[in-house]
Each structure stands twice: as C-alpha cells, then as structure tokens.
Design a protein around this ligand. Structure first.
Ligand SMILES: [Zn+2]
Length: 160
C-alpha cells in the first residue's frame, strides 16, 4: 500500500506547528539548518530525507516524523523509564541519606555538644540534594514547556 502523498514536505523554507508545545510555530532560522519555535524557544534540526525533526537543545533526544499534515511521535523508540532506572533513582535518593543518618545514629555526638543538630541537618540536606537531582532529570525529560509558556505569558502581562 502506497502512503498518501504529503500535503507539503518538511523543508527549510516553510513554517510548521511546533511539535513540542503545540501552541507556537517553528520557523527556519537565518543562515542555519535549524528551526526555532516562537513560543517555547526550542531549537530543532531536521533530516529532510526522512522527514524527521529532532529537538536539538534537549539532553534527551526527542524526534517527530512529519506526515505532511501533522507531527507523529515525540517520544523515544525505547521507553526511558525502565524498572532498573526507576529503582536506581529511588536508591539514589534513599541510600545516601540512609548511610549518613545511620552513621549519625551509630556514632552519636555527646548530648551537650553544640553541633548536635549537624548530623540530622546533614541527613536532611543529603536527601533534599539527591531528590532535587532526580526531579531535575525527570523534568528535563518531560520538558516543562507549559511552565515556560506560562512564565512567558506572566512576564508579558507584567510588562504591559
Ligand atoms: Zn514550541
């Protein structure tokens, strides 16, 4: 079966709806083989032969295929959040504060020591830092596009 001919192919002369935020339009950038979105500000490169668009400014590669009318895809070919990765993330958040807290529990400071609070604060700080690293990686994967758009609208409304 022959697929229907595309309405118009992906090229560096036209503009297209943005596949990332679905609200803006991607337009070709001057003197570059790249597209930029006027709303979410993401950069994209294209493989014109295979009609594929790749998000260029993301640590997680996301790609879409242009059908001639709309974008298809947007996710990786393989699921990124495998059980091993999820348990690795949970371990990365839980184990370091557990070790620090266990050390503070096994080797306690004297009750009248002025730095008695430090092991507990250090345990909490270890948990918060490791949790923020994992949350940052998850947010980077999901591309907080809608937060970016909301922030732009909020700053625009403040300047008026
Ligand atoms: Zn966009």
């Amino acid at each position: 079966m022959v697929p229907p001919a595309p309405v118009y192919s992906l090229n560096y002369q036209d503009s297209y709806p943005c596949p990332a935020c679905r609200q803006g339009r991607i337009t070709p950038m001057t003197l570059m083989d790249a597209f930029g979105c006027n709303t979410c500000r993401h950069l994209f490169t294209a493989n014109l032969e295979s009609q594929v668009l790749l998000m260029a400014d993301s640590s997680v590669p996301r790609l879409w295929r242009w059908t001639g009318e709309y974008w298809r895809g947007g996710t990786q070919s393989q699921p990124i959040f495998t059980p091993l990765l999820i348990w690795g993330g949970v371990g990365f958040v839980i184990l370091p504060p557990l070790l620090v807290g266990l050390t503070a529990y096994i080797f306690p400071l004297l009750p009248d020591d002025p730095l008695n609070w430090l092991p507990f604060a250090w345990t909490g700080l270890t948990f918060v830092v490791h949790l923020s690293i994992v949350v940052g990686l998850v947010l980077d994967y999901y591309q907080p596009v809608f937060f970016t758009i909301w922030l732009q609208r909020w700053s625009t409304s403040r300047n008026q």
